[in-house]
Design a protein around this ligand. Structure first.
Ligand code: ACO
Length: 307
């Protein structure tokens, strides 16, 4: 018995913001954005709050898992755009779900937030402290970007993804999470401020750190890259994803990509991608899936899961 992905869900706002529309807002071009990032469009939450999106994704994950909100032991929500300074967005979600009394808290690890939360959920389940855990990534990055700064505003989008975890036939085989606060200046936002980024340096850090974390989890359990059914990397930039695949010696068809449609949704990016991969039939029970992320902190990590 191990930590199993019982069900997943996602929510994407219906409002689409295309590269062509961005051309009218800042000095950029569809060609530049596609060539440098692979992004064609992203979603913008016009009416939805971070909690609204988390709620919709969670409802779907709970339904797919066949778990009722009251059966949960723990809710962990990862976000860099919390609804309020406090209480935690996880508590607001808990109330909305009607999961009264369930232990709930937020994780702040930027784009690595979902993997950090998954790692915690696994530890709670392995220790016997929790049987069923809801892990959510929900982000309203449109509130955190400066829409006059072309170097960042073209990269991000809004959305939420969720996963229900519990005992079952699956397993988190290995996970390695890291942080280096001395690299804060590469990517940060002041309290109530906009996202600031040193893109070029971050690009190199992202490829290097994710590749190393992936190699470590694979080595720990003696799994070869060719034994993986799918890799679900954080969706920040198609060039980063391609460089990572090359370093790991993985064919492109084994790497899930949806950055073209949603841009970088930070903590929501991996659970949205995981949900889409499952819906598309790209993961079957028993398959090995490797997830990896890098984000502000800097934080990074990788997690190897038997689905
Ligand atoms: N449109 C047109 N030109 C632009 C734009 C734009 N939107 N943005 C920047 N440029 C210009 C720059 O001003 C620069 O011009 P110059 O040469 O005259 O100075 C030129 O394009 C090249 O800029 P670079 O920043 O060097 O471009 P690069 O190829 O590095 O691509 C990018 C930039 C896409 C940001 C890339 O560096 C990247 O993806 N970095 C990593 C981002 C990342 O991984 N983030 C993950 C974590 S996110 C999180 O945790 C929230």
């Amino acid at each position: 018995m191990g930590t199993t992905l019982l069900g997943t869900g996602a929510y994407l706002p219906s409002k689409v913001l295309t590269n062509e529309e961005l051309e009218k807002m800042v000095d950029t071009s569809d060609e530049w954005i596609r060539e440098r990032t692979g992004i064609r469009e992203r979603r913008i939450a016009e009416k939805e709050s971070v909690v609204d999106m988390a709620y919709e994704a969670s409802k779907e994950a709970l339904k797919n898992a066949g778990v009722k909100p009251g059966e949960l032991d723990l809710i962990i929500l990862a976000t860099l755009t919390p609804e309020k300074r406090f209480p935690a967005t996880a508590c607001l979600l808990q109330a909305r779900l009607g999961a009264k009394g369930v232990y709930a808290f937020d994780v702040s690890a930027a784009c690595s937030g979902f993997l950090y939360a998954l790692d915690l959920a696994d530890a709670f389940i392995k220790s016997g402290k929790a049987k069923k855990v809801l892990v959510v990534g929900s982000e309203k990055l449109s509130e955190a970007v400066d829409w006059t700064d072309r170097s960042t505003c073209v990269l991000f989008g809004d959305g939420a993804g969720a996963a229900v975890l519990g005992d079952g036939g699956g397993e988190v085989l290995s996970s390695k999470m890291y942080a280096d606060g001395s690299l804060e200046e590469l990517l940060y936002a002041e309290k109530c401020g906009f996202i600031k980024m040193k893109g070029r340096e971050l690009f190199k850090q992202a490829v290097r750190s994710m590749a190393k974390a992936c190699q470590e989890v694979l080595a720990e359990v003696g799994v070869k890259p060719e034994e993986l059914s799918l890799v679900v990397p954080h969706q920040a930039n198609l060039r980063i994803i391609k460089a990572l695949a090359e370093k790991l010696n993985l064919p492109e068809e084994k790497v899930f990509v949806n950055v073209d449609r949603y841009g970088n949704t930070s903590a929501a990016s991996i659970p949205i991608a995981l949900h889409e991969a499952i819906k598309k039939g790209r993961l079957k029970r028993g398959d090995l899936v490797l997830m990896t992320a890098m984000g502000g902190g800097l934080t990074w990590g990788a997690s190897l899961l038997r689905y």
